[in-house]
Design a protein around this ligand. Structure first.
Ligand code: CIR
Length: 264
């Protein structure tokens, strides 16, 4: 598993509750989201990361979900092309920060291809690319070619038969040690056959989006059965409150870009 050195996050905007959401869990509170975001930053710092905190951007209510406009690796950053029309401008808003880190080692997905970072799941030097309501075949194809150019392999997992799942990583997360935390709905996916699996209970689906940061798995607070199972499998777990982000259909991974030591 990569050793991560730093992370990029963006403070939730005052307009946070106006972002895209099916609204299943009520109206989000932007002030509470900011408090929870600070705790998330503390969790990343506790895992040894230097955290770059970007200013809130009111024009883009979903802009705290920084994982979607960029895919970061140790050798290249790839700017995505949103399917969601209200989020397209987020790529330009994060570009300067990415240029400061990656210089000219930046690639870009071009229309009509669409890719959103939440659909991209890295497992060592391999990437699973989710075909979803947001990432299309053309985008997946462009991304696969870019990754190949930089020495990575990739394969596709479609979640189109699961319309309630927004992005691939909404329902599965790689936590190192050859292990995924995932929802039952994706358990039989043949691409995942070689891995150990922690299956979240039906009422804890949200916890299948989590992150491994160095020696620790960060999970959303209150998903006790998943936390118990993850600890029982031998992982260190940190919990952090996520209720307001869940209301906006965003998970733990969406809130940061985690950057390893670069090999540019
Ligand atoms: C959206 O629908 O685009 C946002 N409300 C949530 C994005 C969550 N991001 C992610 O899963 N990577």
């Amino acid at each position: 598993m990569y050793k991560f050195e730093r992370a990029i996050v963006r403070t939730p905007a005052d307009s946070f509750a106006e972002g895209i959401t099916p609204g299943l869990y009520g109206k989000a509170d932007p002030e509470l989201a900011k408090v929870q975001h600070n705790k998330y930053i503390q969790a990343l710092r506790q895992c040894g990361l230097e955290v770059i905190v970007l200013e809130p951007d009111n024009e883009f209510p979903d802009s705290c979900f920084v994982e979607d406009p960029v895919i970061v690796t140790d050798r290249v950053a790839i700017l995505t092309n949103f399917h969601a029309p209200t989020r397209k401008g987020e790529v330009d808003r994060i570009l300067l920060t990415i240029e400061n880190i990656y210089g000219s080692h930046i690639e870009r997905i071009e229309g009509p291809g669409t890719v959103e970072g939440g659909d991209i799941c890295q497992v060592e030097n391999h990437f699973f690319i989710g075909l979803s309501q947001r990432t299309n075949e053309e985008g997946a194809c462009q991304l696969g070619a870019i990754l190949k150019k930089y020495g990575f392999t990739s394969s596709i997992i479609s979640i189109r038969a699961l319309p309630e799942i927004l992005h691939l990583k909404t329902c599965m997360s790689y936590i190192g040690e050859n292990t995924f935390i995932l929802q039952k709905a994706i358990l039989k996916e043949s691409e995942l056959a070689p891995f150990n699996k922690i299956v979240v209970p039906d009422n804890e689906g949200y916890a299948s989006n989590c992150i491994r940061v160095n020696d620790t798995v960060i999970l959303p607070e209150g998903f006790d059965e998943t936390i118990k199972q993850t600890r029982a499998a031998g992982f260190n777990v940190l919990e952090t409150p996520m209720s307001e982000f869940m209301k906006q259909d965003g998970g733990l991974s969406c809130l940061s870009l985690r950057i390893p030591k670069l090999n540019l």
